[in-house]
Design a protein around this ligand. Sequence first.
Ligand code: UDP
Ligand code: LCN
Length: 805
Amino acid sequence: AASPSSVMKRSESVLETMPEALRQSRYHMKKCFLKYVEKGKRMMKLHHLMEEMETVIEDRDEQAQLLEGLLGFILCTTQDAAVVPPYIAFAVRPNPGFWEFVKVNSNDLSVEGITAKEYLKFKEMIVDEAWANDENASEIDFGAMDFKLPTMSLPSSIGNGVNFTSKFITSKLYAESSCQQLLVDYLLSLNHQGEKLMINDTLNTISKLQAALIVAHASLSSLPNDTPYQSFELRFKEWGFEKGWGNTAERVRETVRFLLEVLQAPDPISLEAFLSRVPNIFNVVLFSIHGYFGQSNVLGLPDTGGQVVYVLDQVVAMEEELLLRIKQQGLSFKPQILVVTRLLPDAKGTKCNEAMEPVLNTKHSHILRVPFRTEKGVLRKWDASAKIIEMMEGKPDLIIGNYTDGNLVASLMANKLGTTLGTIAHALEKTKYEDSDMKWKQLDSKYHFSCQFTADMIAMNSADFIITSTFQEIAGSKERPGQYESHETFTLPGLYRVVSGINVFDPKFNIASPGADQTVYFPYTETSKRFAKFQPAIEELLFSKVENDEHIGYLEDKNKPIIFSMARLDMVKNISGLTEWFGENTRLRSLVNLVVVAGFFDPLKSKDREEKKEIKKIHSLIEKYQLKGQIRWIAAQTDKNRNSELYRCIADSKGAFVQPALYEAFGLTVIEAMNCGLPTFATNQGGPAEIIVDGVSGFQIDPNYGSESSNKIADFFQKCKEDPGYWNRISEGGLKRIYECYTWKIYANKVLNMGNIYAFWKQLNKEQKEAKQRYIELFYNLHYKNLVRTVPIASDEVKPAPASR
Ligand code: UDP
Ligand code: LCN
């Protein structure tokens, strides 16, 4: 650890500290920096800086001394460094969301602070010097359009945009009477298919509204709480009120009270409470375009994973919440949610070739599939908005996109229809590949990053709010920048330089974590609800000695607890890593068996390069560590009911779930397992690190330290042997955590509140929003449209699979 005197204080910048740091061991540093520039222009990561430092300073004590000093701290927080001799430019990230850039001259070790733009230029010089130095190189600066907008400053506020926005609106309402009038205008604009809601034109000023509210509040005080709205509706109408205030006297009184509070002396709590009751959302459109979007037999197909589960579960939860809210508003309208996706003529046995399909477990929600091609070939144009308006008998009130493709379409449609826009992308592509920005030219023919990053920028900046699953998705962790954070500044040399792409302190960011379907994923202890019909098949799946298309390997000792994992066979899911940890750890092997559900066993059946590699690797590990008898490898499973019972059967064995991914954006399997009461070990790289409180609601494991992780799992089972109550405590801790933070009810409530708050904020901020939209349109027309022409139209041939989800 760094000695107290050498720790950089938070108030000090890297620029202030760096010269002192270099002075502390000038002799070594000189050698080090000369080494760094020796190979000429290049990018360096932290590990390169460290490795080369170690080759220059061989003495271990001297190395340690150096790292304990200020320089050690600065190096450890360096994200990357661009070497352009004699300079080395550092991008330093001392804390999530905070960046500093400095350049060091390797000849005299002089240090200078530089701007993000200058840093990007260093990176560009490595790949395209002429473009880097071109004064007319295209520069994108979304931040320049946000000058009047508030941004947050506390890192702990990141992802809590609704809260900040209501505070900001409150202060505006307080300071500017024109804003109060905008609130009245907003209420006047509310309607459902032309039918006015809340107030009519007689209450078109603050004073008229306030006076009527006071009269209404007094009259409601004398009514019993459960008096239905209908019994005082006529009187309300005479005063200028329309439906939408509530279904009972009590509810109407509360809503009136919240608004009176807001008009008298606005406070964020009353404002949020009032806006969340305003009837402004009935029709919602969700876009989820890629992959096989269907309700059965789709999981595991190309580009089809947790996202489909997430979107479908979300529809069920959102419809339920909308029905409740509409009832409480005293209205009887039916909400409609449409999930818009692609129609796939070659549906591979799924229903993805059906144009319309009702969403299971909902009353009014549907999947609408848009044809992309017909017998005549690729369809150039299909007016989805006309179809949506026809189906909903009006415009949607809220549009939510998912991922790059869905978000782009959502943003175009929201702009066209003037609808509030939310976007979601739990796993953005940019951070998945090292230096994907500056190497875009190299990667573009395969991944089309230029198009993708452009589309992402458009969607993020068009969005009224962004729904994220965790904090780390926005601003990362101490070590790793967040996915959105990586879009703050980046460069696509030769195309454009982004000096301000998105700001993680923007109050549009909100965290609303998904849940798991609790009618399916419920605790193993709820015996009467258990799906017993699957148990014989699961018994066979786990324990039969037969090897077939569905399972290979077997479990010799059926009495041992099982450690279980289930994931797509992507490299990043690290199922092969888990197999290796298990193989290497004899103590763990003596305590438990391993069962994995993943992909399939014949590499020839796979069309995906990564998957083929993983399949081969697992086979070779089974061979190498002689795992037969202790491992069961089950092929990908598509029945979620049966899967849930499988989690519970593993819990019956007093086993555990292990999610060993090298990186996981959120990780639905983690919360599915926890919902079933199965103690869970999950990667500390990504979202699961926020889901699990280590040692209380499960355990965190570091996929980069396999033996440490496998020993942690072994310790748990050892401890369970000594203290049988331990397993139950962790199981219950997991359930408690889920019920407190990760349910669909919490999610739907949060997202609809976002729809309420940002719809009003959009009105208050109309001019600025329009100005930014014009800039976005320019970006779309000048850049995106050109870039998209470089993407070949899909043919039926097999292409390298994009990273699926
Ligand atoms: N899943 C499944 N069968 C499999 C593998 C996964 O049904 O063979 C389900 C799993 O239960 C979860 C989803 O697919 O609901 C995977 O979501 P997660 O967030 O864990 O990962 P993703 O695939 O989205 O990266
Ligand atoms: C995509 C991922 O990569 C997972 O981590 C998430 O759990 C899933 O989407 C659903 O949001």
